[in-house]
Design a protein. Sequence first.
Length: 139
Amino acid sequence: MRVIWTALPLLILAIAAAALWRDRGGPQAAGTTLTCADLAKGCAVHLPGRAASIGLGGDVRPLKPFQVWVKAPGAHSVQAQFTMPGMDMGFNIYTLHADADGVFRSSVTLPMCVSGRRDWIVAVDIDGAKLNVPFSTDL
């Protein structure tokens, strides 16, 4: 009987975590898809209620830190998550913080895909507006 009372809080936490994951949209939340020819230079997009732009800076490859930036004037909350189509890449959500110029930035690190795939999606949430940007990396 004691085992049940010990395991019950863990079970409740697991159910709550699964519900939160599902409510966040899982690895690939619905939203606007932006095809960007050069994320190093950045690309502009019009989201519901605002214009924004996104880019990646530095050497963008797995296990090496690089920067993700988002320009979204008037935004309060910006998060980025890196996913792969049809593959669970774990829980890797980054909160971007505004710098002195109002550009939201964060240093991020991609996990290594054991299958060797290089097709990524950066899923960005700007005050609830979802943006998905596919890109590829070098190994």
